[in-house]
Design a protein around this ligand. Structure first.
Ligand code: F6R
Length: 366
């Protein structure tokens, strides 16, 4: 049932070219130039008119929501608030009847997310879901929603569910943007063309498994790690850190790269691996200076870069090259090598990768 892989997590990481494709099957048509999500069709108009969208989730799904915030604000110009479900429900949040609350959950059973939705519903908001498990509690209580279609995720550490959540959020943002007229046709075409190429690009990154295993071997004995990114790579940094800590038990933190100098920089010494997402894009030069700040303090840099980048290669200790794509889609690629490195580190440390201590696949208690 592990399909020849040693662990479910490894199998699920390798399934991503397929699971991302399954996620947009029937929802994206390049020839005719459209995207659409059947499940939320009746709510499209309401979404285009929304003054605010609130996304609620926990853990990895909360990181997907943060990527969603960048996508929605950039493409649809609708203000988005991303909330930890557990915080949202207990702080007397302001919820209006014209708000749209989107819950993101792989299992569809997370107690806090479910309770946040109940609260939003009681205040009259429209509630939508992005779930992986068909027929789950969250998918049943929501007014409408879209499944991620990633297939069963058995490994406790979420991998393919995350990339599928980001894919659904991309499709949703594109659908609304087009209907609302906040995206020009050429840009829309460019993004859907690139989205269609993502599964092949993910497959190309997975071919780098040997290199990623070598990087893991070099840092497997670290006691701390830092993950840095800016813009939509910041949530990828958070997700990279969560993946490492939950399965290898190495303490790791994700930070917006520019925030490093407001505290975490004090941690940097020659023992500290610093993973940096430094792909080409609007914040590239800024990230390059952040890398220089780390190097000046003898930290070790493992950089995820766009193929062909020479500048970062000269500074970093290790570089992972990934194919170029549209700026809005980079999280779908940059996440992949970080998942694999965490996996290999955990295996090398002898940890129980599929069932890390103290964790459960779905958290049905608050
Ligand atoms: C991390 C992980 C957890 C879940 C979180 C939410 O790898 O698996 O952080 O993401 O418990 O679970 P769902 O998405 O089922 O609501």
């Amino acid at each position: 049932e592990k399909g020849g892989y040693e662990h479910f997590m490894l199998k699920e990481i390798h399934e991503q070219p397929r699971s991302i494709q399954d996620c947009f099957r029937g929802r994206l048509n390049l020839d005719e130039g459209w995207v659409g999500l059947g499940g939320i069709k009746d709510y499209e108009k309401q979404l285009t008119k929304a003054k605010r969208i609130i996304m609620v989730a926990c853990g990895t799904s909360w990181h997907a929501a943060l990527v969603g915030e960048y996508l929605f604000e950039d493409l649809t110009r609708i203000p988005v608030e991303v909330e930890y479900a557990s915080e949202f429900r207990y702080r007397n949040p302001i919820i209006n009847e014209d708000d749209i609350v989107i819950a993101i959950s792989q299992s569809g059973e997370t107690a806090d997310t479910l309770a946040a939705l109940d609260l939003a519903k009681s205040k009259g908001a429209t509630i939508l879901g992005i779930c992986n498990v068909v027929g789950s509690s969250i998918s049943r209580v929501t007014d409408a929603g879209s499944y991620t279609h990633a297939g069963p995720e058995i490994g406790v550490a979420s991998t393919k569910a995350f990339t599928a959540q980001v894919t659904v959020l991309t499709l949703m943002a594109l659908t609304i943007a087009r209907k609302k007229g906040t995206i020009i046709e050429s840009e829309f075409r460019k993004i859907i063309t690139e989205l269609d190429l993502i599964p092949n690009k993910v497959a190309k990154i997975l071919e780098k498994a040997d290199q990623l295993e070598e990087i893991a071997a070099a840092y497997k004995d670290a006691s701390n790690a830092l993950y840095l990114g800016r813009g939509n790579s910041f949530p990828v940094a958070l997700e990279g850190a969560l993946k490492l800590k939950e399965i290898s038990y190495i303490h790791a933190e994700g930070y917006p790269a520019a925030e490093m100098k407001h505290g975490p920089i004090a941690l940097i010494d020659e023992e500290m691996p610093v993973f940096v997402i430094a792909t080409q894009g609007p914040s590239y030069e800024k990230v390059v200076s952040n890398i220089q700040e780390v190097k000046a303090r003898k930290g070790k840099i493992i950089a995820v870069i766009t193929e062909g980048d020479e500048q970062v290669k000269e500074m970093a200790d290790h570089c992972i090259e990934i194919p170029d794509t549209d700026e809005n889609l980079t999280p779908l690629l940059t996440t992949i090598p970080l998942q694999l490195i965490s996996y290999y580190v955990a295996v090398m440390r002898g940890a129980n990768v599929d069932q890390p201590r103290n964790l459960a696949k779905s958290v049905t208690v608050e």
